[in-house]
Design a protein around this ligand. Structure first.
Ligand code: SF4
Length: 401
């Protein structure tokens, strides 16, 4: 069951621009005219060179992820400028790293796809969210269902290795049949990857304000749980197994090799406003996570002053890392490699939690599985995946910090 995961670091580049700000979005985003976008690209190039001189990991990057925001809102020549700077200042894998690009359907044209492919983009991730016009209006999106279908078809025709569709479920008044139709439409287009996220109302967003005034609410928990289960069962039956709580792929080759790095603590460097980075522990120092200024104006000001735009950092001891590994592992269908957890962080999860594990196995939330090499894995069932965060919180990680 152990797979050959890459331990090479990943590079994340945050592009904060969006054509409109969606009422549920709590990412670092902004609207801006063309000169501001060009200036942003120049600042990002400057950050690449500053960050490269402080990045100690000699292993070459094998993934580059343009996320946002909406990276497709940055002209291809600016994306190329940024990539060139990365190639010049940072070690890049041979053959070239796998490049991911998030795009909104309204930006997807044959010409744009050709330009992105020319940059080495291999996964195009489309922010479709829904194929139903009414749902799209509710979500504040600018595209229609027809445009979304057209964008997927255009992207597939352009020959990306993986075309991924993002969908959102749990909208006010959404019935199971509505959601099943969304899923059926998505897979009928034959992309290679799907991400299905539950709508969450964050306090600092327009939806959050409406919820505070009683004008909007999340779906009741039972309905959300039913839609979650429907998603996993429907897609599994259609040949789309989940590999993470929100992610589904047509085969392992299409799973996100970049996101996997976040889940198993492979180092990553994040550049751009709000981006996070992780450096592995070394003999003399613990692992370290740091993150950039969240607001683009402040991020730009720091760079204009010749400074790295880091807002804060935290040091992560074995107990912190083990807690994260537990949380992230229980959100994946592969589960947690128990021997790996002990080797990396010194945690014997089963010994410290034998009563809890027996109860969760009894309740059908997890199974303990052996692999061909004699290793043991703690694997969530579908009902365990549905409550993965709660499960992780129940474990005792007895070990000194
Ligand atoms: S397009 Fe995506 S990143 Fe931009 S505002 Fe909407 S949800 Fe946020």
């Amino acid at each position: 069951m152990r797979d050959a995961r890459s331990s090479a670091p990943g590079l994340y580049l945050h592009i904060p621009f969006c054509s409109a700000i969606c009422p549920y979005c709590d990412f670092s985003v902004m609207r801006a005219a063309s000169p501001a976008r060009q200036r942003f690209a120049s600042r990002l190039v400057a950050e690449v060179s500053l960050a490269a001189s402080a990045w100690r990991d000699p292993r070459p990057f094998d993934t580059v992820y343009f996320g946002g925001g909406t990276p497709s809102q940055l002209p291809a020549e600016d994306l190329a400028r940024v990539l060139d700077a990365c190639r010049t200042h940072l070690p890049f894998a041979t053959p070239a790293p796998w490049v991911f690009l998030e795009a909104n359907p309204e930006d997807v044209t044959p010409e744009a796809c050709a330009a992105w492919r020319g940059l080495g983009v291999r996964t195009l991730s489309l922010g479709v969210q829904s194929f139903a016009d009414e749902a799209l209006r509710f979500l504040g999106r600018r595209h229609t269902g027809r445009q979304a279908r057209g964008a997927v078809e255009t992207a597939l025709a352009a020959g990306f290795d993986t075309v991924s569709i993002d969908l959102i479920f749990g909208l006010r008044g959404q019935a199971a049949e509505d959601w099943q139709l969304e899923l059926a439409t998505a897979i009928s287009l034959e992309p290679q990857h799907l991400s299905c996220y539950q709508l969450t109302i964050h306090p600092q967003t327009r939806f959050g304000v409406q919820a505070k005034h009683g004008q909007l609410s999340e779906l009741p928990e039972d309905d959300q749980a039913n839609l979650f289960e429907l998603t996993h069962r429907f897609l599994a039956d259609a040949g789309w197994p989940a590999y993470e709580v929100s992610n589904f792929a047509r085969g392992p080759a299409h799973q996100s090799r970049h996101n996997r790095k976040y889940w198993d603590h492979t180092p990553y460097l994040g550049l751009g406003p709000s981006a996070h980075s992780l450096a592995a522990a070394e003999a003399s120092s613990p692992a370290r996570r740091w993150w950039n200024e969240r607001g683009t104006p402040r991020w730009e000001r720091r760079l204009a002053a010749g400074e790295r735009p880091i807002e804060a950092q935290e040091l992560l001891g074995p107990k912190d890392l083990a807690a994260e590994a537990l949380l992230l592992g229980l959100r994946t269908t592969a589960g947690i490699d128990l021997e790996g957890l002990r080797a990396r962080y010194g945690v014997d999860l089963l010994a410290a939690n034998d009563t809890l594990v027996a109860r969760l196995v009894d309740e059908g939330r997890i199974v303990v599985r052996a692999d061909a090499e004699g290793g043991r894995w703690l694997v969530p069932t579908l009902s365990g995946l549905a409550v993965a965060d709660g499960l992780a919180a129940a474990f005792d990680l007895s070990l000194p910090n």
